[in-house]
Design a protein around this ligand. Structure first.
Ligand code: FFI
Ligand code: FAD
Length: 664
């Protein structure tokens, strides 16, 4: 029956104003209206259809992505969309493509590492997409260890050029998105060599393909690295391989904001930190945290709606069976993910603010907050992408068997999302960067250097090392001050314990290697504290709308207490809480699940996702799952004929042979 809302009862149960929550989720009324308008624009345009993706061959899939990107670009220009609107359009088209790397990495690399002159030359071309670029850093032999890259850029003073060369197989660039088949240019990271001296890795703008016929330029070998995990999924992207055979580029194509090579071949460094060469990664990690909240919220939306539609067991006297969302086990798996989606959304908003602030300071040559920005973006990228990848898979399981069907939208979402744990920095490697930052902070305690920003809690280290949690009743766990203190105490104690263990080693690097696993755990504790504290900060703001703040308060407590429950070992072994307090936290968590339950569907409606964007029969807004799931099955090309191709060659002979055997 068209037009019936099978989830209407669920929507009527909501205790808060959904329209106001939509604005909180979007970030502002402006952001909500923009997002709403663009999502409808995309959903109503048949050119952006995506339901056939898992069925397409790689070539068809890729060509389809080219077509969609060209169409998106046409619409962006026709409608004169702003950058914010264009970015939303890209988001709702929901198909990884070369343009992501062009806008998300190539342009920011030039902006962040180029000089004014280089901006003037390259940015107008890139903004009009008259050149298309990618970010060619990773090689076959090295990704995490950027300082270990092997590609060389040797200055030739005779011709005033750099010679870009791939000296070994392992120096082949490997993975850059958009490189395989599309990019005309790349920012290539290579070891700068002048007068026989190696100055380490720097960025260079290199043209790869002819702007006339797209053929690779002389000395360049370039192609796609092959199929990746999952059908459809990230295979819309042409991740590429690239080799250089003594390719010459003019000297002014080295990105020269951080350091320069003069006409005479002299190497000079500006008074900006060398780490700015890594600046594009900081930018993208911050974008990835925001994407994590969107990917997780999407999976949670599907699993929540479907859990209300799906019924199993519990029918009494012929009445309806139990909605699976009413099982406490389902709630215990689903609601922390719902809470995490909101938590990641708010922490990503804050991270965006932090990034903007750092950028403004950099303009004014204030580099003081760069280490914290690096630690926060690295740590939160790691924490949120790992939790999101696991969360999407959990949502698939929460949908039972039907979650395994492509039409649930969850397999493709998982396949497309899971590389986020690796790209832009392997999650463990990034946590170790946080750990280094923590160890440095601990070692400076008492030196007079005040820890600031997200690490300022360490200023209270003396208190946090010995404080006792005051919880006596389950409700005490609802106090933000209580939650904050135990998270701060746990993070401090884990960091200090690592620092004490490190000090037992004569060689600090040897100690660091030995303690890697503990260091990663300390880094996770610190990052979880950031997420919890930013959620609490959000709740201190004025949030209008009936019941909105209250229900967000429940989610904040669920997020914190669930983390506490999952990491009881840390909290109890560091003496931050007692086992009795742990069981009170669990009791409070159960009560919070019951309070959130009537609001569950409204909380996922607040994401304001169209059915097109969700791409899931199970997550449909109207909850009309079964007829649509049934219909969807018949669309599979395997059902085009009643008798399958291959019957005569393979099935019939077996059947006949079995008949003969049976007669014997
Ligand atoms: C239609 C059109 C629409 C148009 C619309 C237009 C709208 C716009 C559209 C927008 C769309 C966007 C979409 C995006 C999609 C993205 C997709 C994803 C693609 C994925 C791309 C990638 O995958 S791309 C490669 C990333 N590859 C890594 O990620 C390597 C990790 N590996 C390292 O990152 C380093 O190698 C590692 C480990 C730090 C060791 O670094 P190292 O060897 O130097 O060693 P150390 O650890 O000693 O570090 C030395 C000192 O540097 C400090 N430091 C280190 N990093 C720092 C940093 N970043 N910033 C500051 N400081 C840093 C550190 O804290 C130390 O500081 P100190 O000395 O003071 O202690
Ligand atoms: C889909 C996708 C898109 C990508 N797009 C781009 C792109 O556009 N441009 C680009 O330049 N690159 C790109 N990459 C490459 C990506 O950035 C790297 O793969 C990533 O940084 C991880 O590096 P790696 O592959 O060298 O992993 P490795 O470092 O080899 O990791 C292997 C294992 O070793 C562990 N490990 C490594 N070092 C340490 C250490 N010091 N301590 C403890 N454990 C360690 C890791 O935790 C991991 O478990 C992309 C990758 C993917 C998957």
């Amino acid at each position: 029956m068209a037009g019936v809302d099978y989830l209407a009862d669920e929507r009527n149960k909501a205790e808060f104003d959904v329209n106001e929550m939509k604005i909180v989720w979007a970030g502002s009324r402006h952001a909500f209206e923009l997002s709403d308008r663009i999502s409808r624009l995309v959903a109503s345009d048949p050119a952006f259809r995506k339901d056939n993706r898992p069925m397409l061959s790689r070539k068809e899939l890729f060509k389809n992505t080219l077509r969609k990107t060209a169409h998106a670009w046409k619409r962006i220009n026709e409608l004169r969309l702003t950058e914010e609107e264009a970015n939303k359009l890209r988001f709702y088209v929901d198909e990884p493509a070369f343009a992501d790397l062009h806008w998300g990495m190539f342009v920011p690399a030039i902006k962040g590492q180029g000089t004014d002159e280089q901006h003037q030359k390259w940015l107008p071309l890139a903004y009009k997409m008259q050149i298309i670029g990618c970010y060619a850093q990773t090689e076959l032999g090295h990704g995490s260890n950027v300082q270990g890259l092997e590609t060389t850029a040797t200055f030739d003073p005779q011709t005033d050029e750099f010679i870009i060369h791939s000296p070994t197989l392992t120096s082949s660039k490997w993975w850059p998105g958009g490189l395989g088949k599309v990019s005309t240019h790349a920012v290539v990271y290579a070891r700068l060599i002048t007068d026989g001296k190696d100055h380490g890795v720097h960025g260079f703008i290199v043209q790869l393909r002819s702007l006339d016929d797209h053929s690779p330029l002389p000395g360049i070998i370039v192609g796609d690295i092959g199929m990746k995990f999952g059908n459809g999924a990230y295979n819309t992207m042409d991740n590429g391989v690239l080799r250089f055979d003594h390719v010459r580029i003019p000297r002014n194509q080295m990105l020269m904001r951080v350091s320069q090579v003069t006409r005479e071949g002299k190497y000079k460094q500006s008074n900006v930190p060398r780490q700015l060469v890594y600046g594009t990664m900081v930018y993208v990690r911050q974008v990835i945290v925001s994407d994590a909240s969107y990917a997780l919220s999407r999976a949670v939306c599907i699993a929540t709606r479907y859990s209300c539609v799906r019924r199993q067991f519990g029918s009494q006297n012929g009445g309806a069976e139990t909605q699976v969302i009413d099982y406490k086990t389902q709630q215990n798996r689903l609601f922390p993910l719902l809470a995490s989606a909101y938590a990641f959304r708010f922490v990503s908003e804050w991270l965006k603010w932090l990034y903007t602030d750092v950028m403004q300071r950099l303009q004014a040559n204030d580099f003081s907050t760069l280490p914290e920005a690096h630690a926060c973006t690295a740590g939160l990228k790691s924490l949120t992408t790992s939790a999101t990848a696991d969360g999407i898979e959990e949502c698939r399981k929460l949908c039972g068997g039907h979650g395994y069907l492509c039409s649930s939208g969850l397999p493709e979402l998982f396949a497309v999302y899971v590389p986020a744990c690796t790209y832009e920095g392997d999650n463990t490697v990034l946590l170790l960067q946080v750990a280094r930052f923590l160890m440095k902070t601990v070692s400076q305690l008492g030196s007079g250097k005040k820890p600031v920003g997200t690490i300022s809690y360490m200023e209270q280290a003396e208190h946090l090392m010995k404080c006792r949690c005051e919880v006596q009743r389950a409700e005490d766990w609802l106090k933000p001050s209580v939650i904050l203190e135990v998270f701060e105490a746990r993070a401090t104690r884990m960091s200090v314990a690592c620092a004490q263990n490190l000090s037992k080693f004569a060689n600090p690097e040897e100690g660091f290697s030995e303690l890697l696993a503990d260091l990663v755990e300390a880094a996770i504790a610190h990052c979880q504290l950031i997420v919890v504290s930013k959620f609490i900060e959000k709740l201190r703001q004025d949030i209008p709308g009936k019941g909105v703040k209250q229900v967000l308060g429940m989610l904040c407590n669920i997020y914190a207490l669930h983390i506490l429950h999952k990491n009881l070992g840390d909290f109890v072994s560091t003496g931050c809480i007692t086992s009795k307090q742990a069981s009170l936290a669990n009791e409070q968590l159960r009560s919070l699940y019951s309070q959130v339950r009537p609001n569950a569907v409204a909380l996922v409606d607040s994401f304001n996702y169209t059915d097109h964007f969700l791409g899931s029969v199970l997550g449909r807004y109207d909850g009309n799952v079964y007829p649509n799931l049934y219909e969807e099955a018949w669309k599979d090309p395997l059902n085009d004929s009643v008798v399958p191709d291959g019957y005569h060659e393979y099935i019939r002979p077996i059947l006949k042979q079995q008949l003969r055997t049976a007669r014997l």
